[in-house]
Design a protein around this ligand. Structure first.
Ligand SMILES: [Zn+2]
Length: 330
């Protein structure tokens, strides 16, 4: 449960206070100190502590924008509990337009981190030491990488009933069963009993207004479910549960034309696009290996043999909103 005080570094955030803290992480070779700005709102009334974090991958701009707009609109000023907002965790990647930190390491494969380790490992260590022990729940906002766009979706561990409950409360268009990736934030926090959902929406380095809006609305629904706020927008769509997914890969190199948009339903063996030879020698149809939904789509027209270009989520026949222990819809 929540503590009445939130303490980050030397700064104490008492009940009823909002504070912006600049957590120092490292220095650039130029001596410039790199701070990670953290906004904390601690309500007067006790309740859960929720972490909202973007930019673990520095170029995944939609997650950064979700957290920024939540702060701008004051949605973090909850009635109960506390909200810790970190719009950009990987400041290095953000200023470098890259997913990773400058040494090429992925922060989300560096948890739980090490005080004396690589830069990525140090960022992970600071987060695990300073923030994670104080939270109850978190949302880690991401976007598709490398020219791939994701339809708004929550990734959670379905075998954990609390994860299912939180994903259902968030009610993104898709909830996708996703086991813990080794050395990820989700796994490291999960080992400490902290429930973190991953939100994916849009593509790196491109704003996707729909994904941003769904991210904000879902966060507000989760806050309402946790009784931190009274009001939240209704879901724009039912929450479709995806237990399995598969990638369609390019069999040949060429130019990819998609016949579908992300989020659309496809049938097994339906032609979902073509890979054509730029010199007119061939045109290869791509068929969907299963009935389902396009949960992720490559936006780069130039594809190489073996590239993953369409991510098909295979929908569960039994649907949507999970039930709580009493059998009520949540
Ligand atoms: Zn990411």
């Amino acid at each position: 449960m929540s503590k009445k005080k939130i303490i980050i570094g030397e700064t104490l955030v008492a009940p009823g206070e909002e504070v912006q803290i600049n957590a120092p992480i490292a220095r650039l070779p130029s001596h410039t100190v790199i701070d990670i700005p953290v906004v904390v709102y601690n309500a007067m009334e006790d309740g859960p502590v929720l972490l909202l974090m973007g930019g673990l991958h520095g170029d995944e701009i939609n997650g950064i924008e979700v957290v920024r707009r939540i702060i701008e609109n004051g949605f973090h000023r909850v009635k109960k509990g506390a909200v810790i907002c970190i719009p950009i965790l990987n400041i290095f990647g953000f200023i470098n337009f890259s997913r990773e930190v400058p040494d090429g390491k992925d922060v989300n494969r560096s948890f739980p981190g090490n005080k004396n380790g690589s830069l990525a490992s140090r960022i992970a260590f600071h987060l695990m030491k300073e923030i994670i022990p104080q939270i109850d729940y978190g949302i880690d906002f991401h976007t598709g990488g490398a020219d791939r766009t994701n339809y708004p979706q929550i990734r959670a561990v379905f075998k954990d009933p609390k994860n299912v409950e939180l994903a259902s409360a968030f009610c993104a268009p898709f909830s996708i069963d996703s086991v813990y990736r080794p050395k990820s934030l989700r796994q490291a926090a999960g080992k400490k009993g902290k429930k973190i959902l991953v939100y994916e929406g849009g593509e790196s380095a491109r704003f996707d207004q729909y994904a941003i809006e769904e991210g904000i609305a879902g966060t507000r629904r989760l806050m309402k479910h946790l009784e931190m706020v009274d009001e939240a927008p209704e879901p724009s769509k039912p929450n479709i549960i995806i237990k399995h997914s598969t990638w369609v890969r390019a069999k040949f190199s060429g130019l990819f034309h998609s016949f579908f948009k992300y989020g659309q339903k496809v049938k097994k063996n339906e032609v979902i696009g073509t890979v054509t030879d730029p010199f007119g020698e061939f045109k290869i149809p791509l068929k969907s290996p299963a009935s389902g939904y396009i949960v992720g789509l490559n936006n780069n027209p130039i594809v190489h043999q073996g590239d993953a270009i369409v991510h098909i989520g295979i929908a569960n026949s039994k649907s949507v909103n999970a039930k709580n222990k009493k059998g009520e819809s949540i």
